[in-house]
Design a protein around this ligand. Structure first.
Ligand code: BES
Ligand code: MN
Ligand code: ZN
Length: 504
């Protein structure tokens, strides 16, 4: 079950799209004041329809809206038997990369089962067209048995040709290769998130991380339960203590020759979160298989940094544990001694992410990184505050805002959130240094961030990404996001590393 999910074959082409031997041609539409309009750059397609294409689309109800996909049989107007018009919404000036990415994703989903298509979206933004196409056609089928009819139904698009002015152009080839590396990482993160918790548990997750990292030449280190005990990782051991499958701490190290900076990545790796003794309700508990999405993201990002040979040293520190109720589970009322010595009173065993992250943050800071970034499906309060598509980004204000701006640029759309100092006293414990939850639920996302900040040295720029909602799509597919793991925040982390490589 470890075969990665492969996307469609992609190729650059500068041949005419109207005469290409393909099953479908994808063009973009945008919403104008009087119905849909074809995106600039596909004029020859309109001409091949004798100027009637936009009118036909309007007749079929097209408005050029986001996530709108209209299919027309071409009846010989062009060589492809099917034309697929995918909406970008209202376009002011140039379309944004995210508009192209989403439209490419929606088209790609609508083309599942098709062998071979060609698109003109790549003429507007090649990288975005590649990303949208591959991510939109993603389907996690490892657990479909071969006899199952459903496997045929989620067969993805086979091949997409990307129309560009010159197929042998070095710049185009480079952006294709870079976009492919990024989406492979996003896909790998989705695969990890979608793997069910009976197969993905701390030891097996650690094995997979090590295999991926070694193949890219990273140094790896795995602390098992004995090593964790020897070194005093009380948070990870406490949370993992209720499971028959013991916890791990994985460390992945990418060390290029002349790094511009050193970045520590930390990701929450709770392979299943029952809540522990403070057990969760049964409804939707199965979704807590995604509680390792932060871990998956930082693992694939460290590997990606090596693949792209970024001049940035990256050390991923990834705590992995299964949060289970049992006779050996930690309890409300327990006091844990974290790595580094801080004591924490556990008032709720379901606030487990911050406990394993605290250990990991302290360990990561020992490496004296220039930047510290953590990603975690940390709080239901994040989903209440910002919904399913908007990560909450906290941390030291300047670096938080830099990461937020980059998250916006790549279309993951994180939003900056404060860490109000007054929330700290809500975490005062009657017997330990700090409690893991407040006595009320207000500002729960911020309170979790304030708890983490206690374990981050004041002089290290830090960003904390709460991705509880955006990491997993339990609803309908949209744009390039199908059901299940989304791969958020891999593209943000990758772009932050690239930005640090460039600007320090
Ligand atoms: N893994 C959950 C957070 C979560 C909720 C992720 C919904 C994805 C979707 C986390 O461990 C948790 O249980 N948090 C508690 C904290 C509370 C006890 C302070 C929560 O948000 O309810
Ligand atoms: Mn929990
Ligand atoms: Zn959790």
């Amino acid at each position: 079950m470890t075969t990665p999910t492969l996307g469609p074959t992609l190729g650059l082409t500068d041949a005419a799209v109207t005469t290409a031997t393909v099953d479908a041609l994808v063009v973009g539409t945008m919403s104008g004041t009087e119905g849909p309009q074809l995106l600039p750059g596909s004029e020859e397609v309109e001409a091949a329809f004798d100027g009637a294409l936009t009118g036909l689309l309007a007749l079929l109800g097209a408005r050029g809206k986001v996530d709108e996909v209209i299919k027309i049989p071409t009846r010989g107007a062009i060589s492809a038997p099917l034309l697929v018009a995918t909406g970008l919404g209202a376009v002011k000036g140039q379309p944004t990369s995210e508009q192209v990415r989403r439209a490419a994703g929606a088209a790609s989903r609508a083309l599942s089962g098709t062998s071979h298509a060609i698109t003109t979206l790549s003429r507007i933004d090649l990288a975005a067209a590649v990303e949208g196409t591959v991510l939109g056609s993603y389907a996690f089928t490892s657990y479909r048995s071969h006899s199952n009819q459903a496997q045929k139904n989620d067969k993805p698009l086979g091949q997409m040709d990307l129309s560009v002015p010159a197929a042998d152009d070095g710049g185009a080839r480079q952006s294709l290769a870079r976009a492919l590396a990024i989406v492979e990482s996003v896909t790998a993160a989705r695969d990890l998130v979608n793997t069910p918790p009976n197969d993905l548990y701390p030891a097996s997750f650690a094995d997979r991380a090590v295999t991926m990292a070694r193949s890219a030449g990273l140094h790896t280190e795995v602390l098992d339960e004995q090593a964790l005990r020897r070194e005093g990782y009380g948070g990870i051991l406490g949370v993992g203590g209720g499971s028959s499958r013991p916890p791990r701490l994985v460390r992945l190290h990418y060390a290029p020759a002349e790094p511009r900076a050193k970045v520590a990545l930390i990701g929450k790796g709770v392979t299943f979160d029952t809540g522990g003794i403070s057990i969760k309700p049964a409804a939707k508990m199965e979704e807590m298989t995604m509680d390792m999405a932060g871990a998956a993201a930082v693992i694939v990002t460290a590997v990606l940094a090596a693949r792209l040979e970024l001049p940035v040293e990256v050390i991923a520190t990834v705590p992995m544990a299964e949060n289970m109720p049992s006779a050996t589970a930690y309890r409300p009322g327990d006091v844990l001694t974290m790595y580094g010595g801080t004591t924490v009173e556990v008032l709720n065993t379901d606030a487990e992410g911050r406990l394993i992250l605290a250990d990991a943050l302290v360990r990561a800071a020992q490496d004296a990184p220039d930047y510290l970034i953590d990603a975690a499906t940390l709080t239901g309060a994040q989903v209440v505050a910002l919904g399913n598509r908007t990560p909450g980004i906290m941390g030291t204000p300047q670096f938080r805002d830099r990461v937020t701006a980059i998250s916006q640029e790549v279309g993951e759309n994180g939003w900056a959130m404060p860490l109000p100092e007054h929330l700290r006293s809500d975490l005062d414990s009657k017997l330990a240094d700090i409690a893991n939850v407040a006595s009320h639920r207000w500002g729960g996302m911020l309170a979790a961030g304030v708890f983490l900040s206690e374990f981050v040295p004041d002089d290290i720029p830090w960003a904390h990404l709460d991705i509880a909602g955006p990491a997993y799509n339990a609803g309908s597919p949209w744009g390039y996001t199908g059901k299940g793991g989304t791969g958020v925040p891999v593209r943000t982390l990758a772009a932050v590393l690239a930005d640090i490589a460039e600007r320090g």
